[in-house]
Design a protein around this ligand. Structure first.
Ligand code: AHR
Length: 628
């Protein structure tokens, strides 16, 4: 293998490897958004979903009142209690509530008293109905809606706690936004995000966060498309919608899947900033999911959709004197979020997409030439849509084309040369959603080592072509063990734990060793794209002054490889070798065995410019060599 260190073929984008976030598989509600109460404001289609009454209360004691004057959150729970016996409600959480012994929790409720005299007591109970924490809130009469809260400590760790809400005394009141959060969240923001779930993303040092999806951008129909403006401002005014994944999909039924938007666009921007990633929002282009209704808005009614894009740019980057910049400042972030890219449409295709995209592009290019437009090239197992759109999008001079592929490991292995002949002059490519899918008898596959290693092989081709493929992200990102629709996923969680799949380990290694320049590596003058089941790419990182070799041995036997470095520069003698390997391609990580596939790091030493290294069976290896 010959490495031409002095002949880089292109620059690597600093935001090359990122994450694709979608509220699928309980990724947001019930996942990274740390709210523990399900249906906290009774706005789900069935207002009592997630709740049950603990007593036989007389008719008329509990009423759900629908007051359409209350913006975005019309329903509230009215309690009429002329008798002293206590009444109770129980919330089941998202497949239970994950609580940890010794950790602090904060319960809050919005209320309005029409006849004072009521008190509220909350308690967490475990699966045996034993109380494991709680507190009492006194409700003061102050006319109008107000908030009460109480903090307490949990005495036990359980993934399946429930919350009892007891109402004591006599009186009449309305309640809304009954909410329970851990005090310890990411950056300890009140009512914030699950710390462990953000941390595992931050550990990847992702270059970008693409949000909010995926198909949820499109919605099943246009009425349930994602509308970013409904996800910002006061949380209690954010109008929820049914989740597009609240459906039977790949054998899973999740009838209780709604988007409450506690995690809205402001929070997505903040998350991106927190973990040093570029924000990459994707907006609806006037078309609902073509796998569902495929509803489209008439072209002469597209303006509000385009206006949403303009207003989003103002929300992200505008001065605090502008209407949307002002809202951003009021929400706590006067500084701009430095938005640079915007996606128009997700997995949309056909001439109807091209027409709508064109309308967006004209206005965006005119008013915001600084914003790069990402266009979708759809998804299609046969690749025909890719070709149709590719041609159209290139002739429209789109900045970035978003390609999606969910294919078997064999496709990923044979696709390592996919980008070698892509047009260098035109649009850049965003490999926006990909995953290697092994098939299993009971539905889609897990992220096995076979899937992950085939991705590692494919990604050598992405890295070799990083001058044209400037962004890449695996999808979907999160799967909740008790509430998923789609698998494999990059990271699995339950109510208490989180682990990275083998694919996560591969993505993370690529991201942490991305480098700044593409360096050619050849075997007998050709790119290393699967000859003898070997794959390789090399980069140079000018910040750390390191040459990085990535090498996939997709053989059941060890392979010894000789590398010759052609360069005027010298190599340091001590290098770092990081290996992901397993002789069994069916191995996966799990909650029980989260580290079956994990990086093994060792120091290796070389002399001169000829290196010999042995690669274990079925392995992905990264070697970082200092360059002087
Ligand atoms: O990642 C899961 C889904 O796959 C996304 O929502 C969609 O864009 C694609 O079809």
């Amino acid at each position: 293998f010959t490495i031409e260190l002095d002949k880089p073929t292109g620059k690597i984008s600093p935001h090359m490897w990122g994450v694709f976030f979608e509220d699928i598989n309980m990724g947001a509600d019930g996942g990274i958004y740390a709210e523990l109460v399900k249906n906290r404001s009774f706005e789900f289609d069935e207002p009592w979903m997630g709740w049950k009454k603990l007593d036989k209360s007389p008719e008329g004691t509990f009423l759900i009142v629908n007051d359409t004057k209350r913006k975005g959150n019309a329903r509230s729970l009215h309690v009429h209690k002329p008798f002293p016996e206590k009444l109770g409600l129980q919330n089941e959480g998202f497949r239970g509530m994950g609580v940890k012994a010794g950790e602090h929790y904060s319960f809050s409720v919005n209320y309005k008293l029409s006849k004072p005299g009521l008190k509220m007591r909350v308690e967490l109970v475990n699966e045996q109905d034993k109380t494991i924490g709680g507190g009492t809130l006194s409700l003061v009469d102050n006319a109008g809606w107000q908030t009460a809260s109480v903090e307490f400590t949990a005495a036990e760790t359980t993934a399946k706690a429930k919350l009892n809400v007891w109402i004591e005394g006599t009186g009449d009141a309305a309640f809304d936004m009954l909410s329970l959060f851990p005090k310890e969240t990411w950056k300890n923001r009140p009512k914030g995000l699950r710390k462990d779930m953000v941390q595992i993303l931050a550990d990847m040092k992702p270059g970008f966060v693409r949000f909010p999806g995926g198909c949820i951008v499109e919605g099943r129909d246009l009425a349930t498309r994602f509308q970013w403006k409904k996800t910002v401002g006061p949380i209690e005014e954010r109008e929820l919608i049914i989740n597009r994944w609240n459906t039977e999909f790949k054998h899973r039924l999740t009838p209780d899947y709604f988007q409450t938007f506690g995690l809205g666009f402001y929070e997505y921007f903040l998350l991106s900033e927190d973990i040093g990633a570029e924000p990459v929002p994707i907006l609806n282009c006037g078309m609902a999911c073509q796998f569902n209704t495929g509803e489209v808005v008439p072209l002469d009614e597209l303006d509000p959709y385009i206006q949403d894009a303009l207003d989003l740019i103002e929300f992200a980057n505008g001065a605090v004197e502008t209407p949307w910049g002002k809202l951003r400042a009021e929400m706590g972030h006067p500084e701009p979020f430095h938005l640079k890219m915007l996606g128009v449409g997700n997995e949309n295709w056909g001439p109807q997409y091209v027409e709508r995209l064109d309308a967006f592009k004209k206005v965006l290019n005119d008013k915001h030439p600084e914003i790069a437009i990402i266009a979708s090239s759809g998804t299609d197992p046969e690749g025909e849509r890719f070709e149709f759109l590719d041609e159209k999008l290139r002739s429209m001079k789109i900045d970035i084309i978003d390609e999606h592929y969910y294919r078997p490991p064999s496709w990923f292995l044979s696709g390592a040369a996919r980008y070698d002949d892509y047009d260098r002059k035109g649009a850049k490519i965003f490999a926006g959603e990909y995953a290697s899918h092994t098939t299993r008898p009971n539905g889609p596959g897990r992220s096995t080592w076979e899937a992950a290693l085939s991705e590692a092989a494919f990604l050598t081709g992405v890295e070799r072509n990083a001058d044209v493929v400037t962004m890449a992200s695996y999808a979907p990102l999160f799967g909740h063990l008790d509430g998923w629709q789609w698998s494999p996923d990059l990271i699995w969680v339950d109510n208490l734990q989180v682990y990275g799949t083998p694919s996560y380990q591969v993505q993370k290694l690529y991201s942490l060793t991305k480098g700044t320049e593409i360096i050619p590596i050849k075997r007998n003058g050709a790119n290393v794209i699967g000859q003898d089941s070997l794959y390789a790419s090399t980069v140079y990182d000018e910040k750390s002054k390191q040459l990085v070799i990535k090498f996939v041995n997709y053989n059941s036997k060890p392979v010894q490889a000789n590398f010759v470095l052609n360069s005027k520069k010298k190599l340091g003698t001590s290098a770092t070798k990081i290996t992901l390997a397993n002789a069994d391609l069916n191995v996966a990580n799990s909650f029980e065995e989260p580290l079956n596939i994990q990086p093994k790091e060792e120091k290796v030493s070389y002399k001169g410019k000829r290196l010999t290294e042995t690669f274990t069976p079925y392995s992905f290896t990264v070697i970082k060599i200092p360059v002087r």
